[in-house]
Design a binder for this molecule. Sequence first.
Ligand code: ATP
Length: 240
Amino acid sequence: MALLELANVETAYGGHITVLRGVSLQVEEGLLMVLLGANGAGKTTLLRTVSGLIPDQPEKGRIRFAGQDVTRWEPEAVARLGLAHVLDRRGVFPELTVEENLRLGAYARRDEAAVRADLDWVHGLFPILAERRRQQAGLLSGGEQQMLVIARALLGRPRLLMLDEPSIGLAPRFVEQIFETLLRIKEQGTALLLVEQNARLALRVADYGYVLETGRLVLEGPPGELAANRNVRELYLGVE
Ligand code: ATP
């Protein structure tokens, strides 16, 4: 059974602006899935629907995660099952230190020894966070803050990590580093669902991809297949 499964999901804002129009997709355990789509296609809405951030949505359809029907659950309840949604790097607490921010990701855990081991692991993934552990998080660069919010999510030991455009606005060296890290997170057993504008890079790391257009999935397949598709090439890869 898939770790996450959406079946005919329909989401509307304010009860009348329908954004997702019957979306069915699956995220398998331990794989990196990418969701492509133009601005306004509904990618962010899809992630927010899954994590319970849009009250009383989806209007129709079912969402299953980790063996349970989580449709219209509260965000905290879905998170407890092992779903982490990295919203935005502005989600760092600027007045707190890097270390304090990281520890917030483990607030629900009582296994201090394992938390410390996980801190070491994320410090290995992002050495800059170890170097800056005592600095205020607000002093980090945008790329470093992005690393911090990903690392903080990992400290909750999620089974699925959902990321919304982690590369946006970052210098290329940070983008490369973050994508490299996504592969290492996957190797450690966490599944990933990645929304990404940088289709070229996303298709290089993904195991499987979906393309969303105005609230409907129009295409899916392994990255090689998507990259060979004419529409994907024109719309998302900028090649004829
Ligand atoms: P982008 O890459 O631009 O974020 P996206 O694919 O993530 O695009 P969404 O942010 O999910 O798309 O937005 C899909 C549609 O839903 C857009 O038309 C947007 O205007 C609308 N929308 C998003 N949030 C709300 C909201 N809170 N209330 C009403 N409409 C919304």
